[in-house]
Design a protein around this ligand. Structure first.
Ligand code: AMP
Length: 408
């Protein structure tokens, strides 16, 4: 009997996983440059955290949660997204002031699987908690943009909008509902349901949206405070040199967003799933979770989708050196490899005592830049060094290995 990974999940193996590792290392660097610290929360939470946080009215909560009862009779849910967990953790710790959190990991949603839409998928997230300032929105948007550019996502576009707040949104929703009622004939079944539960989401429906291009947009109904905030976000983004498109009908799928909403779109990606990330401001979320008011803004980037946009990229060599062990030189090879590793060189070797030919094949397969043969020359303080890209081979002194490797 053989097993397969569950439907909608993926095994991420080399060589594709090399791209994932590069993206994650690059991410750690960018998060640190902007002052975001690591925050880790459980992969599952009390179901209520998402029912209240993500929102009962959302598709995620209504249809997509992996909810189960544990042996103690508690209802738990595998996290479909990270934001409610981080806000829950902030409140639970009795934290105060500003928290700039960065993290990445798997999320779980029972979706209809297709390319870029998985049941277990990976997000890179930031949450900027504790500030209502437009500068925080702009910083978060900028960080995602700079990272995605560095990750080489082609055709990247940043789309932003303001969807109002608790003050001004009710009036907008009235106008929107009235408009949607008048267009009932063109709405799909899902949108007809959302018309009463979550009318703004109808604007996000891939089937209906193209037929609703004259729908009222939330920006035209903003209160003064929201208008000022949105204006400031845009003006700071211009100041920071982040190109963006104001997109009046952009809305987001989760209930808690208010004011700023944004998306990163890979316009070159022909697939339907070309949103590589999105986020927004969620000043009301902490209260939905029963806590004191804690304003926040954040984003989630879809790693699976970022990888899709990159296509078959050629990754840099994952190994600097592959050490080829010859008969009788095993101990020396083990010791020398250890020395190289401690001096910062990415080195590996074969512990199976296979033929030199088989080890050279392994060196190629493992994507090493160079190979060293620990053979008869070792007793004279020398090794055979081969540049695997050019095929050039020479005998060098052991003390020269480090410098030779760094030139590869
Ligand atoms: P959301 O948490 O729904 O705001 O989504 C943020 C980003 O996560 C999206 O722009 C996608 O890039 C990614 N994403 C969301 N759902 C999935 C999924 N089921 N499979 C793969 N990526 C996803």
């Amino acid at each position: 009997m053989t097993f397969r990974a569950p439907k909608g999940t993926d095994d991420i193996l080399p060589p594709v996983s090399r791209t994932w590792r590069r993206l994650l290392l690059t991410w750690e660097d960018w998060a640190a440059r902007y002052g975001y610290e690591l925050v880790l929360t459980p992969l599952f939470e009390a179901t209520e955290v998402f029912a209240r946080g993500t929102g009962e009215g959302t598709e995620v909560v209504q249809k997509q949660m992996y909810t189960f009862e544990d042996k103690g009779g508690r209802s738990l849910t595998l996290r479909p997204e990270g934001t409610p967990s981080v806000v829950r953790a902030f409140l639970e710790a009795g934290a105060d002031g500003i928290l700039k959190a960065a993290y990445w990991g798997p999320m779980f949603r029972y979706e209809r699987p297709q390319a870029g839409r998985r049941r277990q998928f990976y997000q890179i997230d930031v949450e900027y908690l504790g500030s209502r300032e437009a500068a925080a929105d702009a910083e978060v948007i900028e960080l995602g943009y700079r990272y995605l550019i560095d990750a080489s996502v082609p055709g990247l576009s940043v789309q932003i909008n303001s969807i109002g707040d608790r003050e001004c949104r009710p009036a907008y929703l009235e106008v929107l509902k009235e408009y949607l009622e008048s267009r009932r004939d063109v709405l799909c079944d899902d949108s007809l349901l959302r018309l009463t539960t979550n009318p703004m989401r109808v604007l996000d429906c891939k089937i209906c949206a193209p037929k609703l291009s004259d729908a009222p947009s939330p920006v035209d109904y903003l209160c003064d405070a929201c208008t000022t905030h949105y204006g400031e976000v845009r003006s700071i983004l211009r100041e920071l040199g982040v190109p963006f498109e104001a997109t009046p009908r952009l809305v987001r799928g989760l209930d808690y967003y208010e004011r700023t909403a944004f998306e990163y779109v890979a316009t070159d990606l022909k697939a339907a799933q070309n949103a590589v990330g999105g986020g927004g401001r969620y000043d009301g979320l902490a209260e939905l979770l029963g806590g004191r008011p804690v304003p926040g803004v954040g984003f989630a980037l879809g790693l699976d989708r970022i990888v899709l946009t990159l296509g078959d990229v050629e990754e840099p060599n994952p190994l600097d050196l592959y050490i080829i062990v010859t008969a009788g030189r095993r101990r020396e090879a083990l010791r020398f490899t250890s020395e190289l590793r401690r001096s910062g060189i990415r080195a590996d070797l074969d512990v199976e005592s296979r033929s030199v030919k088989a080890q050279f094949r392994a060196a190629d397969r493992r994507g090493a830049a160079g190979a060293l043969v620990i053979g008869d020359e070792w007793s004279e303080g020398r090794v055979v060094a081969k540049d695997l890209a050019s095929g050039h081979q020479e005998i060098i002194r052991i003390e020269e290995v480090e410098a030779w490797t760094r030139r590869l």
